[in-house]
Design a protein around this ligand. Structure first.
Ligand code: 2U9
Length: 348
């Protein structure tokens, strides 16, 4: 019996020595897990197999073998823990080495964008009016019938009020503004004269789309209200704008026209920059290009916001931003502005 006990103890020593020897070359967590299962595994581990002889041992032998098994187990666990720590450290060092970052490297530059030609034109136009003392205001794109039409003296039978030409949200009540003028009405409702504002922004019209018309485009409208204000002030102001925007050699021509919100009204042409007014293909041989509309604010509009038309008068004007940009940069197609084609955008 003694021989069998010694043999068992010897087997446990051999097991321990073999396990430690095999542990040496292991250098991955996966191999270490295998080793753990092979020696310490609860079901088929080698230590467990040797322990299975315990019930066959005598009362005296059992504690001796039991103690030995515990010692071997503890020793194996200690080695396993050390090895795990070693591998963890090694894997960390490897990761640090592989993921090393050179913090002194210069960063990758992001491509610099440029301002969209419409935003740039709005900036250029409003800057000119700001230098003349105007403030810049932006309004609402969703408006009501009163501010977009009624307050502006647009009669119910006016073509602009045609249900087909306006994008209605609630027919007859709420709409996408067809001009930026409702913001001037709101400004006058809120403030007393003198008033000098320019209002740039998107406007919407249910139109057939072609090279010069889009359903959404941009407008800049201006309004000046004061006790003293004449058509001469309007002409001087727009002439100053045209000279700064297009060059001091350009001339303006005022043609009588009709708008419900101004009386008298005038459409404004600028001398053609290509032929200097002599006539060419670009100006359809007329020497002139239409740039904006203008007029003296209609007394009904002043009354609608509670101003006394005997005390106050004013001028107003409006222009299409796309049209101004097309004239300034020689662009023949309005759809390019909303097309997001970088080849077009990079040219400007
Ligand atoms: C108020 C009173 C009057 C704004 C004006 C025009 C003439 C005009 C067009 C130019 C090209 C619109 O974008 S376009 O199609 N505009 O001709 N606009 S006077 O008159 C106002 C505005 C607000 C309270």
């Amino acid at each position: 019996m003694i021989g069998q006990l010694e043999q068992l103890l010897g087997q446990l020593d051999t097991l321990l020595a073999r396990a430690i020897e095999e542990l040496g070359p292991i250098n991955t967590s996966a191999d270490l897990d295998d080793w753990d299962t092979r020696y310490l595994g609860r079901n088929r581990g080698e230590l467990k197999s040797l322990s299975s002889v315990m019930p066959k041992l005598s009362k005296e032998e059992r504690p001796v073998v039991g103690q030995k098994i515990n010692e071997v187990k503890k020793e194996l666990e200690r080695h396993l823990k050390e090895k795990r720590e070693e591998l963890k450290q090694r894997e960390l060092m490897l990761a640090l080495e592989q993921e090393r970052i050179d913090v002194t490297l210069p960063g990758r530059a992001l491509p610099a964008g440029t301002m969209h030609p419409i935003s740039r034109t709005i900036q250029e136009v409003t800057d000119i009016f700001v230098r003349m003392g105007f403030s810049v205001l932006q309004g609402l794109e969703v408006e009501n019938d009163y501010h977009n039409f009624q307050a502006l003296n647009i009669p119910t039978d006016h073509p602009a009020r045609d249900m087909q030409d306006t994008f209605w949200i609630a027919p007859g009540e709420v709409l996408l503004r067809t001009q930026t003028s409702p913001m001037q009405i709101r400004t006058m409702e809120q403030y007393q004269p003198p008033i000098r504002v320019v209002v740039p922004g998107k406007v919407y019209r249910n139109e057939d789309i072609d090279a010069t018309h889009e359903a959404m485009f941009h407008q800049i409208e201006g309004l000046l209200i004061d006790e003293v204000c004449t058509m001469a002030d309007l002409k001087g102001c727009l002439e100053r704008f045209a000279h700064e925007m297009f060059g001091p050699e350009r001339r303006l021509r005022f043609r009588g026209s009709y708008f419900p919100f101004t009386e008298p009204s005038a459409e404004v042409d600028i001398s053609c920059g290509l032929c200097n007014g002599k006539g060419c293909r670009s100006c359809k041989y007329s020497g002139w290009l239409e740039v904006l509309g203008s007029g003296m604010v209609h007394p009904n509009v002043l009354r609608n916001v509670g101003y006394d038309p005997k005390k106050y008068r004013g001028f107003a004007f409006g222009m299409g931003v796309e049209r101004i940009a097309m004239l300034k940069y020689g662009i023949g197609e309005i759809r390019l502005f909303s097309g997001n084609d970088l080849r077009f955008l990079r040219q400007l």
